[in-house]
Ligand binder design. Sequence first.
Ligand code: ADP
Ligand code: DP6
Length: 363
Amino acid sequence: MVYIKSIAPTNIAVVKYWGKNPKWEKYLIPLKSSVSFTVQDFYTETELKANKGTGNILFNLNDKAITPEMKEYEYVSEMFGKTFELFPNTKNYDYDVKSKNNFPTAAGYASSASGFAALARALQGAMKELEPDFYSKYMANDKLLSVFARLGSGSATRSIPKKGGFVMWKRGINPKKQGPETFKGEELNNQIFSSYSKTLVSPDEWPEFRLIYTKIEEKEKKIKSRPGMKSSVQTCPIYNDWVEYEEKTAMPAVIKAVKEKDFPTFAKLAMQCSDGLHAVMGYTYPRILYLNEKSQELIDAVNELNAGEMKAAYTYDAGPNAIVFTLEKYENQVIEQLSRIIPKENIAVTRLGKGSRITKVEK
Ligand code: ADP
Ligand code: DP6
């Protein structure tokens, strides 16, 4: 028996991931690279026990037993299922997983990102002890491990790198490239491990950076990210142009601005990338609309605040709640402006944080 405890933070994308390569949908290979910030204060802690067995999985989330007919079980068992398929020796164990998020689950804080990153990290710890050959070939570093997190949820891959901070998830396979639909041997290494995450800027390089989480609405989203992005890939007429523009123009510019700590340039690009994502969603058939009136009010308030000098940037994912990027020196002013729209208790400030790691190992 081996017992591992791990921790992984959530992350928030600036240049967004929204669409999988249809050919490798199952392996969650994206059609576009993305970049995100690792968040300091919202995280998942996962305990994993592995015993000799036949691939049975027990899962407990936030102190509640999750049974096989529940959606949350399906996600976790799918991740293990893909691992068993690609690396059959991992099926020689039974797994008992207990996971806890220190923030609301399925409420737009990206619990799936931290959840699957923590699970992948715990699995890495277990394999190091139980299957050293498999571990050293496929899991021994963050680049490899980020692929395992991706098998659970795409955005989870960006929560893996230990350094955290500003992370890039590379698209990997060129969507135009032909290849087999299933991965084996060399192809497995070339293809499935070509889409991974790495830190570009560590948190201590931009300590003044702040992320302000706003809660506009707590309701579950009507359309989950997974079917939503699939529909955009299939029906949005501007999808390929958006991918091309972000991959070649927007993302390199965002990376340059963050590396240079050029907040005004970064802020404008970040808002445009968020608006671009929501334009793609709006031009999907049937139309996907995540933002509501309050979200638009917040956008107007941020633009008003930025009239003289760039002080803040909003970003939205698959929901109406904004995350606002700013710097320490503008923090109070930004909160004042936001609190004209949202009660102060629904505003939380955090910073850039470190990535996932193992916190305990027992044999
Ligand atoms: P969120 O905005 O929180 O990411 P999603 O609907 O995208 O919302 O993902 C929430 C789902 O992610 C949960 O319903 C559950 O299936 C999965 N999830 C959340 N936390 C964990 C965790 N700690 N371990 C494993 N899976 C998790
Ligand atoms: C809008 O990672 O939740 O937050 O890979 O299907 O699990 P799956 O989707 P998920 O999608 C996140 C989409 C997003 C943008 C982003 O985080 O880049």
